[in-house]
Ligand binder design. Sequence first.
Ligand code: ZN
Length: 156
Amino acid sequence: MTAKDGKAVKINYKLQVDGNDVDAGELEYLHGYNNIVAGLEEALEGKKTNEQISVAVAPEKGYGLVNEEGIQTVPRDSFPDDGPLNIGDQFMAENQNGQQMPFTITKITDEEVTVDFNHALAGKTLNFEVEILAIRDADETELEHGHIHSGHGHHH
Ligand code: ZN
């Protein structure tokens, strides 16, 4: 069996960015449903169990380029007074459609706070080392939901 659309693929992966370890672990994902970054999914297409790959995923096929419009300056007093603000703190904002938008504080002055809505890995090349541990057919419900159900109980 090979990794292709509609297969549940279990991988062991290591992610390095700029020479630093960023993430590692095991993951089962549904191939062809944007469960993982596009560049990694493309690299795994057609691979078999026990195959190992190393792939450098460009930002365009990873977490995207840095969008300057995602970097905004807001008044300091738009944040609650009940705690110190620190660079690197992450918060959630809600847009007009009620969607949750995570952002990170990147700069603080007495008057203003600079916030960044870009993904922390936007603009970065992602260096993955991946081993395929197992491949199976996804079941009907998984295909319907567009994600895998094993391991972590059911969620929508
Ligand atoms: Zn589900």
